[in-house]
Design a protein around this ligand. Structure first.
Ligand code: FAD
Length: 291
C-alpha cells in the first residue's frame, strides 16, 4: 500500500508468483470507511476476493485487475530462489521478471545479489539473465507450473471483476496495424491494453487518465492476442512430471528436466531457423510439417 509516488516503485513490476493480498483487505476497508479514495490493483481473483470481503460497493474505491494467465505457487518460487543462492553463493534480495531494457519482446530477468550476512546495499551485484534461458520464466509462460486453481479460473473471461483491466496488447501489429501508423505507439517499447469494464471505470479513466496516450480499439482486437480474456490456461500434459520432479527433488532437478526436454536439438534447430529464415518462410514450413 502506498500514499505517494515514491512508494509506487515497490508495487510496480509483474511478480510471477502467488501473492497474499488478503492481508491488506482490512486496511483497504479502513481507508474506505474513513472516506479516503482507494485504488486497488491485483489479479482478477484478488479483486473479486476484495469485493467479497467488503460485501458492498464503495464509490471511493476503484479496482484494477490484470490480464492474468495464472500464478506459480510460492513453494516453487522459494525453490528457485534457494537454487539461485546456491549457484551464486549470495543472497537474492530482488528479482525483476520483466526488465525491459532490450524492449518489450526481449525480456531479461534481473537478479540482485548481496553477500550473506550483509545488510548494506554497497556490495550488491546485479546479474541479468536472458528470459529464454530462465527455466522458471519459460515454465511460467508455457503454463507448466501454475497453481491447480488457475486452470479452472472463473475470471479468465470477458466479464471482469475490476472496474478497469490492464494487460499487454499482444498481437497489435497483426490485429490493429492502423494503431501504429501515426508513430505515437512503439511496439519495441511495448503497448499496453486497458479495458474499461463499467461506468465507474470510465469515470476513473476520465479523472485520472489525462496523461495517458490512448487509442480506442475493440475488445476483440485485444482478446485475439490474449486468450485468457476468453478462457483459463490449458493444463499441459508435462505439468505433472514437472511437479513430481520438484516434489521428489529440488529446483535443480526441474532445471535438469527442462534442459533435457525443452532445450535439446529440436529447440536449437528452431532457434537457428528463426535467425536465418524470414517469418513467411517459417510459416510455410510449419504448415508443411503440420499436414
Ligand atoms: C501473475 C501474472 C500473470 C500475467 N499474465 C498476463 C497475461 O496472460 N497476459 C497479459 O497481457 N499480461 C499478463 N500479465 C502482465 C500484466 O498484464 C501487467 O502486470 C499489466 O499489464 C500491468 O503492467 P504495467 O507495466 O502497467 O504495470 P506494472 O508496473 O507491471 O504493475 C503491475 C501491477 O500488478 C500488480 N502485481 C504484480 N505482480 C502481482 C502478483 N503476483 N499478484 C498480484 N498483483 C500483482 C502490481 O502490484 C502492480 O499494481 C501478468 C502479470 C502477472 C503478475
Amino acid at each position: 500500500m502506498t500514499e505517494d509516488e515514491a512508494g509506487l516503485s515497490s508495487l510496480q513490476g509483474s511478480k510471477y508468483v502467488q501473492s497474499d493480498a488478503g492481508a491488506c483487505f482490512p486496511e483497504v476497508e479502513r481507508e474506505l470507511r474513513a472516506g479516503r479514495e482507494v485504488l486497488f490493483s491485483g489479479t482478477p481473483c484478488q479483486v473479486a476476493g476484495l469485493k467479497g470481503y467488503l460485501g458492498r460497493d464503495w464509490t471511493n474505491l476503484v479496482t484494477v485487475d490484470l490480464v492474468c494467465h495464472g500464478v506459480p505457487s510460492e513453494v516453487m518460487f522459494h525453490g528457485l530462489v534457494a537454487a539461485l543462492e546456491r549457484r551464486y553463493g549470495k543472497r537474492v534480495v530482488d528479482l525483476r521478471f520483466r526488465c525491459k531494457h532490450g524492449g518489450w519482446g526481449h525480456s531479461m530477468l534481473l537478479v540482485r545479489l548481496r553477500p550473506f550476512g550483509e545488510t548494506s546495499t554497497c556490495d550488491d551485484e546485479d546479474v541479468q539473465i536472458q528470459a529464454s534461458d530462465f527455466t522458471y520464466y519459460d515454465l511460467f509462460l508455457r503454463r507448466m507450473i501454475l497453481r491447480d486453481s488457475c486452470y479452472a479460473c472463473p475470471f479468465a473471461s470477458p466479464i471482469r471483476p475490476g472496474d478497469l483491466t490492464v494487460g499487454d496488447f499482444w498481437g497489435v501489429e497483426d490485429n490493429r496495424p492502423d494503431v501504429l501508423l501515426d508513430g505515437r505507439f512503439d511496439v519495441e517499447r511495448g503497448i499496453s491494453c486497458l479495458l474499461v469494464n463499467n461506468m465507474h471505470g470510465r469515470e476513473a479513466l476520465e479523472r485520472f487518465g489525462r496523461d495517458l496516450d490512448l487509442c480506442e480499439v475493440e475488445f476483440e482486437d485485444i482478446a485475439k492476442g490474449n486468450d485468457q480474456l476468453r478462457h483459463p490456461s490449458t493444463k499441459p500434459t508435462d505439468r505433472e512430471l514437472y511437479l513430481t520432479t520438484f516434489r521428489d527433488g529440488d529446483w535443480n532437478s526441474v532445471e535438469a528436466l527442462w534442459r533435457r526436454r525443452e532445450r535439446g536439438v529440436r529447440y536449437r534447430v528452431r532457434e537457428a531457423a528463426k535467425r536465418v529464415l524470414p517469418k513467411g518462410v517459417r510459416r510455410f514450413f510449419k504448415h508443411l510439417i503440420s499436414r
